[in-house]
Ligand binder design. Structure first.
Ligand SMILES: [Zn+2]
Length: 134
């Protein structure tokens, strides 16, 4: 199975670059040593970042940069600090209620000229007051 995801291609590119460098430095022990030192420095800087409490989150951010997309949902789900409940289990009901509230607030109130009020459910053409008058 061939993995053609951007992440995998980038990984291959990194490995290929390192491999090429190591190959070309085969007869250059000093150059190879300097290269090894640089790689170790890189590795150390990555490791010191990973010591950070949120290794999972920083991984997600790294992957996010690699794939150039947003992994917000996965990040919330994999966050170990209680945020997990936001996407799973009993709080799903609350999300639904929130969505309905947002939907409702998106409707811009219109002035109904028949009842002289700003309303969201109708306008002057289908106002109940007008109908009852006619
Ligand atoms: Zn009205």
């Amino acid at each position: 199975m061939k993995d053609n995801s951007p992440r995998s291609l980038l990984r291959n590119e990194i490995l290929g670059t390192i491999s090429t460098c190591v190959d070309s430095l085969r007869y250059d022990p000093e150059g190879l040593e300097a290269f090894a030192k640089k790689v170790k420095e890189l590795s150390n800087s990555l490791n010191s970042d990973a010591v950070d409490s949120n290794r999972k989150v920083s991984n997600v951010e790294d992957i996010q940069q690699l794939v150039g997309g947003s992994l917000d949902i996965e990040m919330q789900c994999s966050n170990p600090q209680g945020i997990r409940n936001k996407c799973c289990g009993k709080s799903r009901r609350l999300v639904g209620a929130g969505e309905r509230a947002v939907e409702k607030s998106l409707k811009t109130p219109r002035l109904c000229r028949t009842c002289q009020k700003y309303v969201t459910g109708h306008d002057s053409r289908n106002c109940k007051k007008k109908r009852s008058v006619e």
